[in-house]
Design a protein around this ligand. Sequence first.
Ligand SMILES: Cc1cc2nc3c(=O)[nH]c(=O)nc-3n(C[C@H](O)[C@H](O)[C@H](O)COP(=O)(O)OP(=O)(O)OC[C@H]3O[C@@H](n4cnc5c(N)ncnc54)[C@H](O)[C@@H]3O)c2cc1C
Length: 215
Amino acid sequence: MSSPGHTDRTRGKRLPELASHDLADLQAILDAALVAHICVIDGDQPFVLPVAFARNGDTLYIHGSSKSRLFTQLATGASTCLTVTLLDGLVVARSVFESSMNYRSVMVLGTCRVVEGQEKAAALQVISDHLLPGRWDEARHPNEQEDKATLVLALDLNESSVKISAGPPDDVPADVDLPVWAGVVPLTEHFGEPIDAPDLPVGIAVPDYIRQWKR
Ligand SMILES: Cc1cc2nc3c(=O)[nH]c(=O)nc-3n(C[C@H](O)[C@H](O)[C@H](O)COP(=O)(O)OP(=O)(O)OC[C@H]3O[C@@H](n4cnc5c(N)ncnc54)[C@H](O)[C@@H]3O)c2cc1C
């Protein structure tokens, strides 16, 4: 896996001080996020799809329907761009201009390859373990028909960038004495109380591993 920002096209130019070249930052952001957005160009129309994803070492896996127009387009090896964003807070400056967001974000450039055989089965487990830790051991696994209906794609982390914006507002000195509040409003994500399926037979409790899910 190459360090983030090591190529010309992934080197941060706008506010380069927010760019991180640290592999640990790249991995931590990818491992904390549940959703990525991936671009596919169909004809002359770009589309950006939100997708579930998971990282295994230096590879990201995504999965979708084998009939999905956009997934099959990605499966041809077309160039793509995937982004992941964790929003940490709103930065409320004295001026509208300096108001912004605190975030951790990743951009990955590359091409997807179709994953088959043992790597496909392993990738599905990696995605399940990332999104629903503990579930793979309990849920029914895909049958042959479900397996055929599922396309798994891999995107290697060879060319990526990381940008991290954190901290208080950066007001211009002339604004600091304005009589208006300034600061950061943190934003956090959390799971709510699990809700039973309406058709759940009586007597099946929420498993402990689900109760332990935390954001
Ligand atoms: C939640 C959120 C909200 C944002 N809101 C705004 C906004 O309202 N207006 C605005 O102008 N910008 C916003 N940004 C920053 C925006 O993503 C770009 O970084 C910025 O617009 C500079 O773009 P550029 O093409 O000039 O970057 P450049 O520095 O020219 O980009 C060069 C390379 O740096 C990398 N890079 C750039 N941005 C990012 C990123 N965010 N994450 C990872 N790698 C990156 C890419 O590899 C890119 O190819 C926001 C970012 C996030 C995560």
